[in-house]
Design a binder for this molecule. Structure first.
Ligand code: 4AD
Ligand code: MG
Length: 503
């Protein structure tokens, strides 16, 4: 496959020793008088293009020398393998043509604040980090579809306008539907249950909406969720499905996006360990851990490490500040300034963690059986593990009405959350569904929901009810975990958050 120009950067490996034409954007450039090094990106990768005076017409050489970042251009030249170059190949340029000249591109190689970058999301996409994350997200979504399509699941598209409350009544986005109040879907699950009674194994995959009043790094108001639903499955079967599914996604990203993961600083070694079986804890065991000595010791050790980290960050900052007092070339000055911004941001984050550590330790110690696990509790459990952890059998009153009560212990539900390791927290929530008509009706009433709205859902328990269940995996949280990105707003192209919609 070729582009209009002829060759994509990702195809250079097959074109060593040949003359090719590339078309792209100027990512970065430096010049040493007689030679210019232009880093060009074309959507498939980066390539260093070497322009020597005398090898191209003088006017072209001059034009390139003054070309602004993100100008678009086409270059022709000879492909050489060069290990030191980005991507491993470079181009010895013999001809070049400027297509769209750019001046004053707002995003420079210096660091910018989050707000600035979010307001420039339409341009920020071009940055190396966003490019890497976007490619990982693409693979994650492809792997999700492939996993279910190859394992006998039928895709069912569930509606976005809905009458039912899928998860909780406090986070609904109401819409005026020709004078009728409807809301945007929180989950496709209830519709999917009806489809599972027709097709056996089904999944839905689409955007979901929650008016959650949380401004955390784990919450978006619009996010993508994939949900499988299976007839004739129990809790053990669901856990097995979830661990095979997550392992498959991680393996695909490792196979397809290793260089992106390296650029992003993901922990590749630990991702390679993400194979079944994952850890399994009951909620009650999780509470015992949180309120026991293990958490006390763990939090104390974490505080020690954070303080060391703070010392190191302070030292690093002092050293860079010292360097800035000397006489330096402008590019070196810019580089140090960018590093300083990063280090100061790291330091601020470490300080916040140091401040939060005792609060989180106290919350954990005071945790009482019966509540849902909070964000900090999940973080602690997930930090204690080097692989994902299933937490199962939550108190039924803390969870959604559709979850099946454990007949062996009526206080708990047959449900699970999957917590990604190293502090990332919940990426999946799922359960066996209540399949007994009367019990489900009682739960619907207990939640204050209108049974008439759920008449069709209750029908599924009247006509050939079977044990069944499923789960939902959040795409952005999964991408954030795999790419080691701190905030999920970076893991969706155009994020929607409680406090901000930028563009
Ligand atoms: O745990 P949740 O709420 O489960 C459900 O919606 C079930 N109906 C799924 C099912 O059983 N079919 O959400 C599932 C996942 C979470 O684990 C999380 O990964 C993601 O969806 N998620 C969010 N992601 C980003 N922002 C939010 N506000 C999210 N809320 C949930
Ligand atoms: Mg959940």
């Amino acid at each position: 496959m070729t582009n209009q120009a002829g060759t994509y950067i990702e195809q250079l490996k097959d074109n060593v020793g040949k003359q090719v034409k590339l078309a792209g954007w100027l990512y970065n450039s430096r010049s040493s008088g007689k030679v210019q090094f232009l880093i060009i990106r074309d959507g498939t990768g980066l390539c260093q293009c070497v322009v020597e005076k005398g090898k191209v017409p003088d006017d072209v050489f001059e034009q390139l020398r003054h070309l602004g970042q993100e100008s678009s251009l086409a270059v022709t030249g000879l492909v050489r393998a060069d290990e030191r170059s980005v991507g491993g190949y470079e181009l010895a340029v013999t001809a070049a043509e400027v297509i769209g000249r750019t001046e004053g591109y707002p995003i420079t190689p210096k660091s910018h604040g989050v707000d600035f970058l979010m307001r420039h999301r339409h341009l920020h996409f071009r940055s190396q980090r966003q490019w890497c994350i976007g490619r990982v997200r693409h693979t994650v979504i492809d792997a999700i579809r492939r996993f279910f399509n190859d394992n006998g699941y039928v895709l069912i598209d569930t509606p976005i306008f809905t009458t039912i409350v899928g998860e909780d009544q406090t986070s609904l986005f109401e819409v005026d539907y020709f004078g009728e109040p409807l809301h945007l879907t929180q989950t496709g699950q209830l519709y999917l249950e009806s489809a599972a009674m027709s097709f056996g194994r089904v999944y839905c995959f689409g955007p979901t909406f929650r008016a959650e009043k949380s401004k955390t790094r784990r919450h978006l108001t619009e996010f993508w969720m994939v949900e499988p639903e299976v007839a004739f499955i129990d809790l053990d079967g669901l856990l097995e499905l979830a661990e095979n599914f997550v392992s498959y996604i991680v393996a695909r990203v490792l196979a397809d996006n290793r260089s992106e993961l390296e650029t992003l600083g993901s922990d590749i070694e630990s991702l390679e360990k993400m194979t079944p079986p994952f850890y399994r804890l009951t909620y009650t065991e999780a509470v015992e851990i949180l309120t026991g000595q293990r958490t006390v010791d763990f939090m104390a050790e974490q505080l020690r490490q954070l303080r060391d980290q703070r010392q190191r960050a302070k030292g690093g900052i002092a050293e860079l500040e010292q360097q800035l007092t000397g006489s330096l070339k402008q590019w070196k000055r810019d580089k140090i300034a960018a590093e300083l911004i990063e280090l100061r941001a790291d330091l601020a984050e470490t300080n916040t963690k140091i401040e939060n550590n005792p609060k989180h330790a106290e919350l954990a110690a005071g945790f009482r059986w019966g509540k849902d696990l909070g964000g900090s509790d999940e973080t602690i459990i997930s930090q204690m593990h080097d692989k994902p952890v299933f937490v199962t059998h939550y108190p039924k009153d803390a969870k959604a009405f559709y979850m099946k009560t454990d007949r062996a212990d009526e206080k708990v539900a047959l449900n699970f959350d999957l917590l990604a390791p190293a502090g990332f927290g919940e990426i999946i929530g799922g359960s066996v569904r209540e399949d007994d008509h009367d019990r489900l009706l009682a739960r619907i009433k207990q939640e204050g929901l209108n049974p008439e709205t759920y008449a069709w859902y209750l029908d599924l328990r009247k006509y050939g009810s079977v044990p069944h269940g499923g789960f939902g995996l959040g795409v952005e949280r999964t991408v954030a975990w795999i790419t080691a990105e701190k905030h999920i707003r970076q893991c969706i192209p155009f994020p929607r958050m409680m406090d901000k919609v930028y563009i």
